[in-house]
Design a protein around this ligand. Structure first.
Ligand code: ADP
Ligand code: MG
Length: 328
């Protein structure tokens, strides 16, 4: 959802479909502020191209709906809407917000996209800046989903203050879920740079997906076979702020109003894209000490890559090992 480059190449699908009768068709595009790769295994090249055109159209419409970089998007409209006046969400966005609220609650507030003011105070989507204490305190006070009243029945959101929604931690996942809904049972893979979903009657062995080195995200660190669902990574990116040589995460802990302190990466699998997206951000906020036990207790499939000296330590949940086998 970013207009700037978000080349968090934590993942790129490496291999493809098997099956004698199928042709692998791929397209590389730039969208949602990232380099994206779409692939499908189809009986003919023309059918494959048609599938990818559908997927691309869905992604473009999702960006038009969600991107805060576009003044005309629905979310930008919400963020400008007068305080105290209900704003009407269409049925698709209403479902999106329902999931957002659920994951916010499920993660104890570690995932909270209503932190637009906080991110702006730190200029997270710009060059980065340490805000003056009064600016920081004001931005914190104008952040948090509690400042948005969501009426699920009427599908309205009402701003209770000068709060703004940032789609950074759920927009890609939501867009991937919309692709899934549109494509049905054809075999497909979409890599949005940092998050990959696959669907349909894919190759039996799955799609080979790389999880990047936590420090060098253009470098694969390990590979997994993704058969269904979505794999999302949160980690350092060029959107991290560097002030006086100190790197500050672009992911914030909404519970404290400060940047998250973890400096590795975390990758999460979930059946649904939005869930994987939200969970990876939340688990990054929690960091491995809090996040791994939390993931275990909820049965979530997660793997932390923790830089330690010159090496990388892995912290892997049981559900991740069960799904992807032994990793290292
Ligand atoms: P990436 O954007 O690198 O793929 P994420 O999916 O984790 O990584 O999303 C991080 C983005 O989400 C940030 O750039 C910011 O826009 C927004 N964000 C930061 N912290 C949070 C948070 N705790 N909850 C929800 N959104 C967040
Ligand atoms: Mg995320």
């Amino acid at each position: 959802m970013k207009a700037v480059a978000v080349l968090l190449l934590t993942s790129c699908a490496a291999a493809a479909a098997s099956g004698a009768a199928s042709t692998l068709v791929t397209r590389d595009v730039y969208l949602m502020g990232t380099r994206a790769r779409l692939a499908t295994a189809a009986p003919t090249r023309d059918q494959g191209l048609a599938t990818l055109a559908t997927a691309l159209d869905v992604l473009e419409r999702a960006e038009q709906d969600l991107s805060t970089w576009r003044e005309s998007s629905a979310i930008s409209g919400l963020n400008r809407h007068p305080v105290g006046v209900p704003w009407h969400a269409g049925p698709t966005l209403c479902r999106t917000f329902d999931e957002v609220w659920r994951w916010h609650a499920a993660t104890g507030g570690a995932f909270d996209p209503a932190i637009g003011r906080l991110l702006a105070a730190w200029d997270v989507h710009g060059d980065g800046a340490i805000p003056a204490p009064d600016v920081r305190v004001r931005a914190s006070a104008a952040s948090g989903l509690a400042l948005l009243a969501f009426d699920r029945t009427a599908c309205t959101l009402t701003r209770r203050g000068d709060v703004a929604v940032d789609v950074g931690a759920f927009g890609k996942g939501e867009a991937l879920d919309r692709v899934e809904a549109a494509l049905g049972n054809v075999s497909w893979m979409v890599d949005l740079g940092g998050q990959i979903s696959v669907g349909g009657a894919g190759p039996a062995e799955g799609w080979t997906v790389a999880i990047a080195h936590p420090r060098r995200r253009d470098q694969p660190y390990l590979h997994v076979q993704l058969r269904d669902g979505s794999l999302a990574t949160s980690g350092g990116s060029e959107r991290d702020i560097t002030v006086d040589g100190v790197r500050i995460a672009h992911i914030f802990d909404p519970r404290t109003g400060w940047p998250a302190s973890f400096d590795g990466s975390v990758t999460v699998w979930h059946r649904r894209g939005l869930a994987a997206d939200a969970l990876s951000t939340a688990l990054f906020v929690m960091g491995p000490e809090e996040g791994l036990p939390w993931a275990e207790s909820h049965g979530f499939a997660a793997i932390y890559l923790i830089p330690e000296g010159g090496t990388v330590r892995l912290a892997v949940s049981r559900a991740f090992r069960e799904r992807f086998g032994a990793v290292q």
